[in-house]
Design a protein around this ligand. Structure first.
Ligand code: DON
Length: 303
């Protein structure tokens, strides 16, 4: 396959829809991004990277970071995190509170904000600094030593974070946080506010395409845990649009309100697409269109 040509074709397929979504503005610092930006990168399991458009331009990682917090919490602390967070799709928006009360403070899955707050708490207990642990992982896997948290975005999230604070306090009221709410939230914002490019994220997601193996050949996760994370990405990674995403793209994927979507092609590679304008579920309109076009043209889907 001519990877470069397929990426360019997929990027072109995204162009007509780039104007149709809305850039996230509930975190004011995110609203400053140019909605016409678009990038697409493919990293193959041998570590080669191909890109189209703005594939080397850094953007706000946001909820894509939740994939890495989960992997690192499982790798460091084992299965016990699953006693504190479920792995079922929620059918609710990413920042919803409604299921938490009837389900006793156990979030439905690790990719909702509520679930990611619990996983961040676990990683904070295990490592002493969840934000830095995720950052260092991305630096190592992408080979980009400059990758870092954008302090302006983290501050903007904290200043407008009433909903996340409500989620964290509510979870704490059920005894499902080990650390003070303020510490958990600052670590959560630190990893959400990481800035990385499509290139960086595609390389950083490759461990899931390599069935748990890192760039240096060492093992982060068992093959079974890598399969399990891919399964939860498929069913929960794009929230209440996960059904439509599986239908159109057919890959495990994680979206973020910065407009990025990282998808895994097990055994082959990782694809990251970025377009800042979002649909109503909080997923990038341009990224979904490009990934749809790429998997349709290449047959690179898990189905
Ligand atoms: O907590 C938040 O709302 C953001 N830091 C992350 C939300 C997000 O990216 C949802 N994904 N589409």
């Amino acid at each position: 396959m001519n990877y470069q040509l397929e990426l360019q074709r997929a990027a072109e397929a995204a162009l007509p829809v780039l104007g149709t979504g809305r850039v996230a503005d509930y975190i004011p610092a995110l609203a400053e991004v140019d909605p016409a930006s678009f990038g697409l990168a493919l990293a193959t399991v041998d570590g080669a990277v191909y890109g189209a458009g703005d594939w080397e331009q850094p953007f706000s990682v946001q909820s894509i970071s939740k994939l890495f917090t989960l992997a690192l919490a499982l790798a460091t602390g084992g299965e016990s995190v699953w006693h504190r967070v479920g792995r079922e799709p929620s059918g609710t928006p990413f920042n919803s509170l409604v299921q938490l009360e009837s389900e006793n403070g156990i979030p439905r899955n690790p990719f909702l904000n509520s679930g990611a707050i619990v996983v961040t708490d676990r990683l904070l207990t295990l490592t002493g600094d969840a934000g830095r642990t995720v950052r260092d992982f991305l630096r190592a896997e992408s080979g980009n030593p400059l990758l870092d948290t954008d302090p302006a975005v983290a501050a903007s999230e904290a200043a407008h974070g009433h909903r996340n604070a409500a989620l964290a306090h509510f979870i704490a009221s059920y005894g499902n946080l080990e650390n003070p709410v303020e510490d958990v939230l600052s670590n959560y914002y630190a990893h959400c506010a990481l800035t990385a490019s499509c290139r960086d994220l595609a390389l950083s997601g490759l461990f899931l395409a390599r069935h748990g193996l890192l760039a240096d050949g060492s093992r982060l996760l068992s093959r079974s845990d890598a399969k399990r994370i891919n399964a939860v990405l498929l069913t929960c990674g794009t929230y209440d649009a996960a059904g439509e995403f599986a239908y159109r793209v057919g890959l495990p994927g994680k979206s973020g309100v910065g407009g990025g979507i990282l998808t895994i092609v097990p055994g082959r590679g990782a694809l990251c697409a970025w377009g800042p304008a979002l649909d109503r579920a909080g997923n990038s309109v341009g990224a979904v269109a490009a990934l749809d076009a790429f998997t349709t043209a290449t047959g690179w889907s898990i189905f």
